[in-house]
Ligand binder design. Structure first.
Ligand code: XIL
Length: 464
């Protein structure tokens, strides 16, 4: 892949060019523009304070300039969306969806069936299996239905596995009242409401190995069973709340362990996403510049999984600035990529540089995701403000697959190329109808590129 030269946002680029930076292109790259180039999603939560307008303006400026995927810290959880039985509150979630749409970001929904942040009224039914099933089903139908087509992926089940033993977590109203079948049911119900959404099982400590006693080993057996039984699960979310190894001598997780989980999931056609990354230090200790640099290397090692493993596509950080991180409650500190003053830390640079330098193996196709180069380098290659021209925004071009049909919108005439996962072209067609018949293509995962004028959209699709 070419080195990225995309500029991510006019506002930012103008500001930087105005500041007289000699190499405009290096300075103007953002995590977002480079993630788009590499076909991955990079994101951070919108902290709860954002929803009530309690954050400084540059928080949002940074957030939308640097990230192409977003998730709400608390606002789509059960207690936020159905605080009283049958009374739904979508206001904050709607606010985030609107923000994402205005800024061309993908939305993650978090989380439908979880033992935590469940309102008290649910516990009233803990001895009534039938009622509890109805409560969960209704919640899923209403919430997923409300954001159908707007939330691209859901954490359908969150943290259902025990911390200590390879078994389900018993401390959960859903498990106690329904049994483990609440999990299978939640996936089936969610899929029925929004068949286009990607559905994930999400948990922490999944970077601690895949032997049968580890959480990820137990999960892997469940994923195998779900896939075999036709339960619609498409992804595993690894929260990846980890600690810097020098401050937690007992920490047994590693990027390599998480990579082995990704490889096992690939065999099942299931994706791995990093959904809540933070790499904290113990609270109270002095954190040196060297420590922060090492932390940056760990951030990079987790990013490598997302860049290199074909079934990994998302790198989401649980916060923007250390100032508003939830980590204090875990007795950890400084686990994010911006400091208390919203200044990028060495971890930010490690991620940026890795995204700049990553060269995928020659024979692999780009991953999915929109390539949103709204501004590109002039072909003369001169690094001056005059050498930059705008290209019509690509945000309007979109595609989706239903069965064996591909629908393209936002283009008068579109050329569609389909590649297999090794990057071999297997289908090509051009028309002005926006509908492409893919019945000649066997079931499986593919990469589709849609081209229309200067616009270009590359996405991974699954033909079922
Ligand atoms: C955390 C939020 O960051 C806090 O604001 C809230 O008080 C508790 O939940 N795993 C998850 C997230 O799936 O939803 C949690 O978020 C962090 C751990």
């Amino acid at each position: 892949m070419k080195k990225a030269h995309a500029l991510a946002g006019l506002v930012l680029s103008t500001a930087l060019l105005g500041a007289g930076i000699s190499s405009a292109f290096a300075a103007d790259e953002t995590l977002r523009s480079l993630a788009d180039k590499n076909g991955i999603y990079i994101g951070a939560i919108l902290n709860s304070q954002w929803f009530s307008g309690g954050l400084p303006g540059n928080y949002e400026q940074i957030h939308k300039a640097q990230f192409n995927i977003v998730v709400a810290e608390n606002e789509m959880k059960f207690d936020a969306t159905e605080p009283q039985e049958g009374r739904f509150n979508y206001n904050n979630g709607d606010k985030m969806v609107k923000y994402a749409q205005q800024n061309g970001m993908r939305v993650r929904g978090h989380a439908l069936a979880w033992h935590s942040q469940v309102p008290n009224w649910v516990n009233n039914y803990k001895n009534d299996k039938k009622k509890l099933l109805a409560v969960l089903k209704n919640h899923i139908e209403k919430v997923v239905g409300h954001w159908k087509g707007k939330v691209a992926e859901w954490d359908v089940v969150n943290e259902a596995i025990s911390n200590n033993e390879p078994m389900w977590r018993s401390q959960s109203v859903w498990y106690q009242g329904i049994g483990p079948e609440f999990i299978d049911s939640a996936f089936v119900w969610t899929h029925a409401v929004d068949p286009d959404a990607e559905l994930c099982y999400n948990d922490y400590n999944l970077e601690q190995g895949i032997n049968p006693k580890a959480k990820a080993g137990f999960l892997l057996e469940q994923v195998k069973r779900w896939v075999k039984n036709g339960i619609p699960i498409h992804c595993v979310g690894s929260q990846t709340h980890v600690e810097d190894t020098t401050t937690d001598k007992h920490f047994i997780g590693s990027p390599d362990s998480l990579r082995s989980l990704a490889k096992e999931l690939a065999k099942l056609n299931v994706k791995l996403k990093i959904t809540e990354l933070d790499i904290g230090f113990k609270s109270g200790i002095n954190v040196s510049k060297k420590d922060l640099e090492r932390q940056g290397q760990t951030f990079r090692q987790y990013l490598d999984i997302i860049l290199e493993e074909p079934n990994a596509d998302t790198y989401l950080i649980w916060g923007v600035s250390d100032k508003w991180s939830w980590l204090g409650g875990l007795n950890r500190q400084k686990g994010l990529i911006y400091d208390d003053n919203l200044k990028p830390k060495p971890a930010f640079d490690s991620i940026l540089v890795r995204l700049q330098t990553y060269e995928p193996p020659k024979d692999t196709a780009k991953k999915d995701t929109v390539v949103q180069d709204s501004i590109k380098k002039d072909s003369t290659g001169k690094d001056s403000i005059n050498a930059i021209r705008t290209i019509p925004s690509l945000n309007s071009l979109s595609m989706h697959v239903a069965g064996h049909t591909l629908f393209v919108t936002g283009a008068k005439t579109a050329k569609v190329d389909v590649f297999d996962m090794q990057g071999r072209p297997i289908f090509s067609a051009e028309n002005n109808k926006g509908v492409f018949d893919l019945t000649t293509i066997a079931e499986g995962l593919y990469v589709v590129r849609v081209q229309s004028g200067f616009s270009n959209l590359t996405k991974r699709i699954s033909i079922k």
